[in-house]
Ligand binder design. Structure first.
Ligand SMILES: NC(=O)c1ccc[n+]([C@@H]2O[C@H](COP(=O)([O-])OP(=O)(O)OC[C@H]3O[C@@H](n4cnc5c(N)ncnc54)[C@H](OP(=O)(O)O)[C@@H]3O)[C@@H](O)[C@H]2O)c1
Length: 187
């Protein structure tokens, strides 16, 4: 059974791939040509190259895999210009849609999508969790909006028969922070 990990060169993905290998799993990683892929360079994994925005490429990346951990996303703490907003939307929302559609077509048994606390609402009366709905009329960054729409795409895919769950996290702490520019944009 082969497991696809997207975003394997990133913080979450690089740690997850190591955990899966430690568990004896057979892993395929989705990488992008020209990116900093040092996080996986010494690992015994199958490498495929492609961009989330390319549906044909994602179908090829998913083909032959039984499970998917979709960790890839354009993480951004900026409001950004029109171009950046388009990149964040296309990578996160359309990219996730491509992975989910490819998984449905390929008969993948389970997909885990990385969600974000930025898609969770806030209730001053109690600590927030996934039960608090996202309130769209308070200020949000483009990234937060897209992570909310990512969840909508997952719900739609589930309704269409895909076994997909969203794993929501807040700040992820740990080794293998490979993509500091994403978090250091303001500095
Ligand atoms: N880090 C946190 O504290 C945190 C908190 C909550 C939720 N999350 C979520 O957890 C997931 C992983 O976050 P992370 O911190 O590991 O992010 P990260 O370190 O910035 O890594 C992002 C990964 O996504 C890949 N990626 C981005 N755009 C892509 C595209 N168009 N096509 C293919 N790959 C693409 C990147 O590859 P390149 O190197 O080629 O760009 C990289 O491997 C994301 O879904 C994020 O929203 C993270």
């Amino acid at each position: 059974m082969k497991i696809l990990v997207t975003g394997a060169s990133g913080h979450l993905g690089a740690n997850l791939v190591r955990r899966l290998l430690d568990d004896g799993q057979s892993v395929r990683v989705l990488l992008r040509e020209g990116s900093n892929n040092t996080a996986v360079e010494s690992l015994d994994v199958e490498r495929v190259y492609g961009d989330l925005r390319d549906f044909t490429g994602m179908k090829a990346a998913v083909r032959g895999c039984d499970r998917i951990y979709h960790c890839a996303a354009k993480v951004s703490t900026l409001d950004g210009d029109t171009l950046l907003k388009r990149e964040i939307y296309d990578c996160n929302v359309l990219g996730t849609l491509h992975i989910l559609q490819a998984a449905l077509e390929a008969g993948v048994s389970k997909v885990v999508v990385s969600g974000s606390f930025s898609a969770v609402g806030h209730n001053p009366e109690k600590p927030s969790d996934e039960t608090v709905p996202f309130y769209p009329f308070s200020p949000h960054l483009p990234y937060g909006f897209t992570k909310t729409f990512v969840e909508h795409e997952c719900l739609k895919a589930f309704a269409n028969g895909l076994n997909v769950v969203v794993a929501v996290s807040c700040a992820i702490i740990g080794p293998m922070i490979t993509n500091l520019p994403a978090w250091g944009e303001h500095f």
